[in-house]
Design a protein around this ligand. Structure first.
Ligand code: BGC
Length: 410
């Protein structure tokens, strides 16, 4: 526990305070590989066999952020945020191979302007797991020859938006994707092949390195990176696990990143050849709350000598029982890392809104802002009210962002 009795813990001037989302999880009405999978017979049968209602596992209209982004950014502004991370949905921009949709490009231009107009710096993710159906039909990132399609999309986005966007997150958690989609087979396309997962990792790294160059050719001053899952491993196998899970990928792209993005959620105790969970409180998803882990992870990642941004950190907590303390405690450890000279420049809480939590559906509630998914609304909202209600923890986050400090009362 870090003690700040009697003093404010100040963050560096210009520190970025934000929240993060991803298109498929909030926008609604996406038509991509995930949307197809959610409705596939295999998936529906699986859910039914577990006694689960498939309705809760179909993203559908999600929280309709596509139409509510202005209102949602007002809420981010009310939290005194000066940055926001979101993703551009490739399947909207290029629904058919080579056919770019002008109206959707203009939609994202409005989204970016809505942020900038509120003094909020956009951090744009180009790939947060979902892809156009045509691209996946060609074999997605399992095939090296498909990388060119992703590059073409990224190049187009950089050309369209480089005057407004400085920060580009090319990939979100490539190792989680390769692991869940190609090794464990839990996410689409549900493959279970060690070798396929290796190809995917290599192809994603290669794609990133090429996109890095493409964006810099368009804008020399752009800040380009990825964000990786960087949980804290503890135990005798921890160095090996950290290498496989975290450093191996960053090493593959080490000459092609202007910053290090990281997503920190929990600690994994590595016991022999299995994982365990520590003794502390747990989120609704049974993830251990272990704030000190972020400090170790930051120290470890400082080896790359690049600015660090915490691109995701948060918890599923429908009752908002732990969230405020979670934010404060993680920020205290981040502050300690900064006070020891580690160049951390921003913190993005996951998430702004209760969203669609992938294969786990709608029940995990990650939002600083609660979404009312109960069925009272009209047909435009899929029969749901989708009312936004900031949770009490969001007021604490607002207070910290406003002061650019963890005040002594906290
Ligand atoms: C992903 C998010 C996800 C969050 C919580 C990260 O792995 O980038 O999309 O919602 O963790 O599970």
């Amino acid at each position: 526990m870090i003690d700040n009795v009697g003093k404010d813990l100040k963050f560096p001037e210009g520190f970025l305070w934000g929240t993060a989302t991803s298109a498929h999880q909030v926008e609604g009405n996406n038509h991509n590989d995930w949307a197809e999978w959610e409705k596939s017979e295999r998936r529906i049968n699986y859910l039914k066999s577990k006694g689960l209602n498939p309705e809760n596992y179909i993203s559908g209209i999600a929280c309709d952020h596509y139409n509510h982004y202005e209102e949602d950014f007002d809420l981010a502004k009310a939290m005194n945020n000066n940055a926001h991370r979101f993703s551009i949905e490739w399947s909207r921009i290029e629904p058919e191979e080579g056919k770019f949709n002008r109206a959707e490009i203009e939609h994202y231009r409005k989204v970016i302007c809505a942020l900038k107009g509120r003094g909020i710096e956009p951090f744009v993710t180009l790939w947060h797991w979902t892809m156009p159906v045509w691209f996946v039909k060609k074999g997605g990132f399992e095939k090296r020859e498909n990388i060119k399609y992703f590059i073409r999309f990224c190049e187009r986005m950089a050309k369209e938006f480089s005057s407004e966007v400085k920060f580009w997150i090319v990939l979100n958690e490539p190792m989680v994707y390769a692991g869940m989609s190609y090794f464990r087979g839990d996410f689409p396309p549900q493959k279970k092949s060690f070798f396929a997962s290796l190809w995917v990792v290599n192809n994603l790294a290669r794609a990133h390195n090429l996109v890095f160059k493409v964006i810099h050719d368009i804008d020399k001053k752009a800040m380009v990176g990825i964000t990786a899952s960087a949980n804290y491993f503890q135990g005798w196998m921890a160095p090996a696990m950290s290498w496989v899970w975290i450093f191996r990928f960053y090493n593959k792209i080490k000459n092609h990143q202007d910053f290090i993005g990281l997503n920190y959620y929990y600690r994994r105790l590595v016991k022999g050849f299995y994982f365990d969970i520590g003794e502390n409180s747990r989120s609704d998803m049974n993830w251990e709350i272990y704030p000190k882990g972020i400090y170790y992870v930051l120290k470890n990642l400082s080896r790359y000598k690049k600015p660090l941004y915490i691109i995701e950190n948060g918890l599923a907590d429908a009752q908002d029982k732990y969230r405020a303390k979670f934010v404060i405690d993680h920020l205290k450890w981040i502050h300690k890392a900064i006070s020891e000279g580690i160049d951390v420049r921003g913190y993005f809480h996951w998430s702004l809104l209760d969203n669609f939590e992938w294969a786990y559906g709608f029940w995990p509630r990650f939002g600083l802002v609660e979404i009312d998914y109960s069925a009272k609304g009209g047909s435009a909202s899929g029969g749901k009210t989708l009312e936004r209600k900031p949770r009490p923890s969001s007021w604490i986050y607002a207070e910290i962002a406003k002061a650019n400090a963890i005040g002594k009362r906290l």
